[in-house]
Design a protein around this ligand. Structure first.
Ligand code: PDD
Length: 314
């Protein structure tokens, strides 16, 4: 099991690598990132990740330092060096290192990358989600390394015994702290639209393709809290989680108003405790449609491992 690291043009010792003290990713969170899953020694859906990276960079005015071919070569080389068949690759591009002033420096963008082995996914129990107010900025479609709200939400969820947060903006379910949220109503799959209020997940994109293939109707519309009583199944998706079923969504009674509308006054903590648990949704039937999508996802991954086209008949 080896971890491989790359920084500014060279492969480096992950334990000894040094980033300049005035690196803008470090000081301002001025950068963007990607995470790709490696199956059978090859990165899954890499082109889609590279397109999203390009979009994130373009949106915040950082020059993409590599072409898609160069990224593909670098990521392939890093995976080869790791010798891992099952891994994840994290990489980020920041605005570089320069004296700390807010305006853009003339520095070149800085690239860092880490390949880490991933253990085979255990057959995980259905997850619980903690409903939390989505108080992030209004441009979360940029996959920015600024993850403070996500980190706080995830930690708040963990302390409450939940696997993930379910973020709610003005009564509308947006996404998780590091995943997209899906809701099944009858035979129809709902997920928030890929607008500025969610990070358009690549797994979300792929799940939409799977749903189309399986003939499952999809509505890219946010489900509101008031509609939760009509929801039959909930699951979350991400590159690392793939498709994860959910059994319960709960929150703290004191948070209910903030889920509908953020109060004007500043909270005393951004790590609220769950003192009075309120169930927002709970599974009442086996997650049938979720299971179909999970099976289709696994089939696609198997095809990918076998160098076959992942979707449709070969
Ligand atoms: N997170 N929404 C948010 C806020 C995320 O951070 C992520 C992924 C997703 C799902 O995106 P994708 O399907 O492309 O992984 C949705 C990654 C895995 C992370 O930060 O580690």
């Amino acid at each position: 099991m080896s971890v491989i690291a790359f920084y500014q043009g060279e492969f480096v010792d992950p334990a000894g690598a040094r980033v300049p003290i005035e690196e803008r990713g470090h000081q301002f969170g001025d950068g963007v990132y990607e995470v790709v899953r490696v199956y059978g020694g090859r990165p899954f859906l890499l082109d889609e990740h590279l397109e999203r990276l390009e979009r994130s960079l373009r949106t915040i005015g950082i020059r993409n330092p590599y072409t898609a071919e160069q990224w593909t070569g670098l990521i392939g080389e890093a995976i080869r060096r790791s010798g891992e068949a099952e891994a994840q690759v994290y990489w980020q591009v920041t605005r570089g290192a320069a004296e700390r002033v807010h305006t853009f420096p003339t520095a070149e963008p800085a690239v860092s990358l880490v390949v880490r082995p991933v253990a085979a996914k255990p057959a995980s129990a259905d997850a619980e989600l903690l409903g939390l107010p989505d108080d992030r900025w209004a441009n979360v479609f940029v996959k920015s390394v600024n993850l403070l709200p996500n980190v706080l939400a995830k930690e708040t969820a963990r302390r409450a015994g939940a696997a993930e947060a379910m973020l709610v903006r003005n009564g509308r379910i947006t996404e998780g702290a590091s995943s997209n949220v899906w809701l099944v109503c009858g035979d129809t799959l709902w997920t928030a639209p890929a607008d500025r209020y969610i990070l358009g997940g690549i797994t979300r994109l792929f799940t939409l393709r799977l749903a189309r293939e399986l003939g499952i109707p999809v509505r890219e519309e946010a489900v509101t809290l008031d509609q939760l009583d009509r929801v039959d199944e909930v699951f979350i998706t991400s590159t690392t989680l793939e498709i994860q079923p959910v059994r319960t969504v709960f929150t703290d009674r004191a948070l209910l108003p903030a889920l509908r509308q953020l109060p004007e006054e500043a909270p005393t903590t951004l790590l609220p405790e769950v003192r009075e648990r309120v169930t927002l949704w709970s599974a009442t039937r086996p997650p049938e449609l979720t299971a179909r999508l999970q099976a289709a996802y696994q089939t696609a991954v198997e095809r990918f491992r076998n160098h076959e086209p992942v979707l449709g008949r070969a």
